[in-house]
Ligand binder design. Structure first.
Ligand code: FAD
Ligand code: AMP
Length: 461
């Protein structure tokens, strides 16, 4: 029996970050992951490989379609998909090795294998038929999530796939159908559309990006349509069948769509069905999500849970924040995750980024607000980049001027959003953003102008 102060099951951005912070706090930590490479969904088959493919495919698209505007002309632009995929794999390999190195540097014991709770304070790790028993007073479940499935649509890993396989298609699909207009569907759809596939997104709702501010989502929809992605809204997929290389998708109402590859992107479910929760009497909801309190403690003493397997947005940085807060609390220190200021980014082109509440949420909550918006078309830096689509929108409380939500569609939105996140974390008013001197010419000036627009003082519109 190996003894530790803390056992973390899962080596994703929730688990490995929790393990490293706990080691920094002086604990003897075990981190278990079933994969040879730690890093979880995020590093192996999520955030990082998808961003690598988004970057490469965007460069290919620009070389083909928009660099000539800059006077940069090519006689012939060729896609070398194998090199693109290899580059992505190399990035994943380097980063996951880096995590292994960080665990070692912090003296975290890394166990490869499946971890399973075995009653109070005990975890059994199984790898290649061999088991190792561990014990610790504190155990964190950070087992993450996997793609949700649809009854009637059977994944075959080739023609009908999840994002994992769609990150590694060895040839560009002729027609890729994506079920689900959430961020994973749009990111993967964008990659293959830029590389030449016909892409159709089937979305059950009457809009895409259901969690995003509606005005921003509608503008995004139009921009993606201009990029050639076809959307069919209000279409609920019921089943799909393969015949050789062809896939027929059947939707409610009898509509059918034929394609050669089908991507399931209908959300994600928690990986909690085989973690031994029953051995400590912890229950989950229908999607496998574990309920926790403010200290990330489950109903079983000494058992905690963080990341994609507990409620909240399924995002890597949210998982990491929770991991750190959870171990700080275990160590008896003060910690807090502010769920009102967790930014969310969709890495399509241009990017979509948000922090705080949407206009719809404010209206639903009966909060009166002022709105300041500024379009990138009026921003000098955006013009020089040739990236003038989109806007910054700031929502501030009508009475107090406190910033309640910031929504950006535009170039580098994923970087710009952090000024807003920092402002909101400090409880800023839109006037506080106004009083910050923004360098010229930068995209950030659009955030400044949107803050000015909250009180009707924008200069450049
Ligand atoms: P995970 O990263 O899922 O890690 C859990 C780990 O535990 C996995 O390695 C799993 O194999 C392992 N495991 C599970 N059960 C066991 C067990 N019993 N024993 C041992 N090991 C086990 N989020 C963002 O913030 N930004 C993005 O750009 C982004 N892009 C994404 C793109 C795609 C295509 C996908 C699929 C996801 C993306 N996400 C993104 C979401 C992000 O990956 C997750 O929110 C994040 O990885 C959750 O971290 P986690 O530590 O909770 O779980
Ligand atoms: P997200 O949860 O953000 O990853 O988005 C998943 C998307 O898939 C949501 O917009 C859902 O409305 C959509 N969706 C779920 N089930 C279906 C279905 N059967 N057919 C089409 N779209 C679906």
């Amino acid at each position: 029996m190996q003894e530790h102060d803390l056992i973390v099951i899962g080596g994703g951005p929730g688990g490995y970050v929790a393990a490293i912070r706990a080691a920094q706090l002086g604990m003897n930590v075990a981190c278990i992951d079933e994969n040879e490479q730690p890093g979880g969904t995020c590093l192996r088959v999520g955030c990082i490989p998808s961003k690598a493919m988004l970057e490469s495919s965007e460069l290919y698209y620009q070389a083909k379609h928009s660099l000539s505007e800059h006077g940069v002309k090519f006689k012939h632009v060729e896609l070398d998909l194998a090199t693109m995929l290899h580059r992505k794999d190399k990035i994943v390999d380097t980063l996951t090795r880096g995590i292994k190195g960080l665990l070692k540097k912090n003296k975290v014991t890394h166990y490869q294998g499946r971890g399973r709770l075995d009653g109070a304070k005990r975890v059994v790790v199984t790898h290649n038929g061999k088991t190792t028993s561990l014990t610790a007073p504190h155990i964190i479940i950070a087992t993450g999530s996997r793609s949700a499935s649809l009854r009637g649509v059977e994944l075959d890993g080739d023609r009908i796939v999840t994002s994992t396989e769609a990150l590694a298609f060895s040839e560009v699909p002729k027609h890729l159908v994506v079920i689900g207009g959430g961020y994973i569907g749009l990111e993967m759809g964008s990659v293959w559309a830029r590389l030449g596939a016909k892409v159709t997104v089937l979305e059950a709702l009457d809009r895409i990006l259901p969690a995003t501010d509606k005005e921003i989502a509608e503008r995004t929809h139009k921009l993606l349509e201009k990029q050639g992605i076809e959307f069919r809204l209000g279409v609920r997929v019921q089943s799909a069948k393969t015949k050789g290389k062809a896939v027929r998708v059947e939707c409610e109402g009898g509509e059918t769509v034929d394609c050669d590859r089908l991507l399931m992107a209908v959300g994600r479910v928690a990986n909690t069905d085989d973690v031994g929760l029953d051995t400590v009497s912890v229950t989950t909801d229908r999607r496998g999500v574990i309920e926790v309190n403010h200290d990330f403690a489950t109903s079983a003493a000494g058992v905690y849970a963080i990341g994609d397997c507990i409620p909240g947005p399924m995002l890597a940085h949210k998982a990491s924040e929770e991991g750190v807060a959870c171990v700080e609390k275990i160590a008896g220190r003060w910690a807090h995750v502010n769920y009102d200021t967790i930014p969310a980014v969709v890495y399509i082109h241009p990017e979509v980024a948000a922090v705080g509440r949407t206009e719809e949420q404010l209206q639903q909550d009966g909060v009166e607000y002022n709105k300041g918006a500024f379009p990138f078309v009026a921003n000098g830096r955006a013009k020089t980049l040739g990236e003038t689509e989109g806007m910054v929108k700031i929502l501030a409380d009508k009475k107090t001027d406190r910033v309640l939500g910031v929504h950006i569609l535009g170039p580098r939105a994923g970087d710009l959003i952090h000024e807003a996140a920092a402002a909101m974390e400090f409880g800023a008013a839109s006037e506080d953003i106004v009083r910050v001197c923004h360098a010229h010419p930068t995209l950030s000036e659009s955030v400044h102008e949107a803050a000015l627009a909250v009180t009707g003082r924008a200069i450049h519109i």
